[in-house]
Design a protein around this ligand. Sequence first.
Ligand SMILES: Cc1ncc(COP(=O)(O)O)c(C=O)c1O
Length: 412
Amino acid sequence: MEVFNYSENQKWFERATRVIPCGVYGHFSPAPCVPTNAYPFFSTRADGCKFWDVDGNEFIDYMCAYGPMIMGYHNPVVDEAFITQLKQADANSIASTKMVELAEFLVDLIPIADWAFFAKNGADVTNYAVMIARAETGRKKIIAIKGGYHGTAPWMQGIGHPGVTEEDVANVIRIPWNDLKALEHALEENYGQVAGFISSPYHHPVFVDNEYPAEGYWDGVQKLLKKHGVVLICDDVRAGFRLHLGGSNEYFKFKPDLICFCKAIANGYPISALVGREELKVTASKVFHTGSYWYSAAFMAAAMANLQELKRLNAPEYLEKLGNKFNEGLIKLAKDYGFNLKVTGHPAMAYYRITEDPSLQLHQKWCAECTKRGAFFTSHHNWFLSMAHTDADIQKTWEICEEAFKVLKSSI
Ligand SMILES: Cc1ncc(COP(=O)(O)O)c(C=O)c1O
């Protein structure tokens, strides 16, 4: 099996570091992809569930642009909707009727939604949701989960992150996941001061196993928040539309007041959405929140086509089934070579870890060996499946994984 060469990638990275801070920043940064020489950094082409890097290496993509790609790169239905709308009207000086149609569509699709609002990135809507909670309650404090990620606004990051001040996070209380006692304690200790509770539907942090809600957790959360008059914000930016088309809260059977969507909403076209209950609509209309490109209609057309396709194909069912099959094969392969591969989180976007080495170095090496042979895996973040991944892709990936397990076994 061919082991990839990344000489052109390296050259482009050197060029990038001269003119771009960090070369490649944020979640695409090479920093957590170790060993970095096992990874490509620049692509030239993508199609279906594959992308090609600047050296011409072909990868089956298990990161799916870190979530946005769900129907496959260059999905013809989504792209056609985008291009058609682009030719008619995209960003001009007044809103498009597409915005109304997309809001109507989301209100029909998502049980808790009585209204929808559109922006560009996940953090645009997590930020807006928090502002709405504060405006509605007249309180300042927000409870969030330790390790929970909501974007890069200063309040979403922690002390110790360069550029973040104590004042930025003074009103954010972090509690452990699945800990109702800690939530109760935080609410009592800050009685009458908590505006909102923001959390992903299940815990999907980086570098550690992902965790589902414990039995009764969301029921307990809802009861406590109701008692204290606190707004429940579900951050479904990462998981949204992969687990359930009505919002991942439907999968886990709870009813938030606000849900934040982004990643998989438009198959890679930049748009995010906040949906909410009727009771918060007036407050939402009072909070000023907007952006230069937030009305771009072509992305709204793409979102509508993407969601219609996901519905037509019953995407969550396909992804869960494919994920279960993929994971069973991976776990068995690992076992055949004497390793324990732990799989946590939802099968459509699971987190993987070889448990023999708590330092994660063994797991990093395995992911790197797979990537160098054409299965693009990161070791620190959950992976993603798409509607473009087929049984044949899974089969080929298992072959790559087996080769990588052989290398791993011979190296210890
Ligand atoms: C759960 C969650 N919330 C919010 C965000 C922020 O989204 P964005 O990077 O589009 O601002 C992310 C991004 O990864 C996320 O995973």
